[in-house]
Design a protein around this ligand. Structure first.
Ligand code: TXA
Ligand code: MG
Length: 325
């Protein structure tokens, strides 16, 4: 996996040969309308055949997810993406730069696209991405079509970034599950819309604002939150304990997510002792869960710089704390 969350293919052939039976079983389960736990480089997903309304309904039920929150269609390659979404020049430029990888593009749906209405929450746009993790790509290739996959958590909870967390959240609802190890990125994909020649950032994520601007220039003004990404609830990514952000130090009874050197001791989880934002992103959800398991009165989180990946980390933390980003 490269620093930008893309896989470089080293040792991929060997890895996949060992796992072919599991890959085929996952593709068969998808064809049969069953749900599947899929590893991606961002977070674990709960996948279903995008063209099968019954399977898509099962996703909303397994997660307890509101039906007005549309899902991301995952495909194996750019050619399949182009059959589903109408990608203009700027969307193509982003796709070529960041796929396979942690970017989701929202674009007008193609008339012939096999992504059912329910998966799109009735919108005339579709969110699409080519994931970077070799196992999910192999399943998508074996399956052939689009797989909708929200994060595999129950609605409102932190996204799972390990196989064990994914299984604990929704594993009992699935017919197949692939262990792809801990997710290298640890935060969900960046979501941009590319509509009428305008590029808007709907959800900050692993691909940063600066990286996007390097490809398409200045982004269009973001709309208000509800319009930006229909399903984004105020309380999201939330552990059981309340979350207190921008905390200099924990109060008695609190767990503490530190950032940078210094802090240590019982109940302290250091997101990155060296102050590295990529490391902090990769640890964020797993440490929120680990802190939660100590049954603290609250989880205090140190201030995180807002630059680069910090924008996405702070977005998730504000939502975990119950503030609308
Ligand atoms: O990294 C990821 O994106 C992970 C992995 C599994 O791929 N998936 C993920 O899916 O985070 P989910 O369902 O948890 O988040 C999808 C986001 C939601 O905020 C949803 O509202 C937005 O994408 N979305 C989907 N379709 C959309 C559309 N047509 N217009 C605007 N936003 C859309
Ligand atoms: Mg999610």
């Amino acid at each position: 996996m490269g620093v930008d969350g893309r896989n470089r293919g080293e040792g991929e052939g060997e890895l996949l040969a060992d796992r072919q039976a599991e890959i085929d079983a996952a593709a068969r389960a998808l064809r049969a309308g069953e749900l599947v736990i899929l590893p991606t480089e961002t977070v674990y997903g709960l996948g279903a055949d995008a063209a099968n309304p019954a399977a898509v309904t099962a996703i909303f039920e397994a997660k307890g997810r509101p039906r007005f929150n549309p899902l991301i269609a995952h495909v194996a390659d750019l050619a399949t993406a182009a059959c589903i979404a109408r990608l203009d020049d700027r969307a193509w430029a982003l796709a070529r730069e960041f796929w396979p990888g942690p970017l989701t593009i929202v674009a007008p749906i193609q008339d012939t696209a096999a992504v059912c209405d329910l998966a799109r929450a009735g919108l005339d746009t579709v969110a699409i991405r080519v994931p970077g993790h070799p196992l999910s790509r192999a399943v998508l290739e074996a399956f052939g079509g689009a797989v909708v996959a929200p994060s595999a958590n129950r609605s409102g909870r932190p996204s799972p970034t390990t196989f064990a967390d994914a299984m604990a959240e929704t594993g009992d609802k699935t017919a197949a599950a692939l262990d792809g190890g801990p997710c290298a990125v640890g935060l969900e994909s960046t979501v941009v819309s590319v509509i009428d020649g305008q590029v808007r950032l709907l959800r900050p994520g692993a691909v940063t604002r600066v990286q996007l601007q390097q490809i398409v220039g200045p982004l269009a003004e973001a709309e208000d939150d509800a319009k930006r990404s229909p399903g984004r609830l105020a309380l999201h990514y939330a552990p059981d304990a309340p979350v207190r952000i921008n905390a200099r130090a924990p109060k008695p009874g609190e767990a503490f997510l530190a950032f940078g050197g210094g802090a240590s001791g019982e109940g302290v989880f250091n997101l990155s002792p060296t102050g590295d934002l990529a490391e902090a992103a990769a640890n964020l959800f797993a440490y929120l869960r680990a802190a939660d398991r100590t049954h603290p009165s609250a989880i205090a989180v140190a201030p995180i710089p807002e630059d680069g990946l910090g924008e996405a980390i702070n977005d998730r933390l504000r939502r975990a704390a119950g503030y609308i980003g």
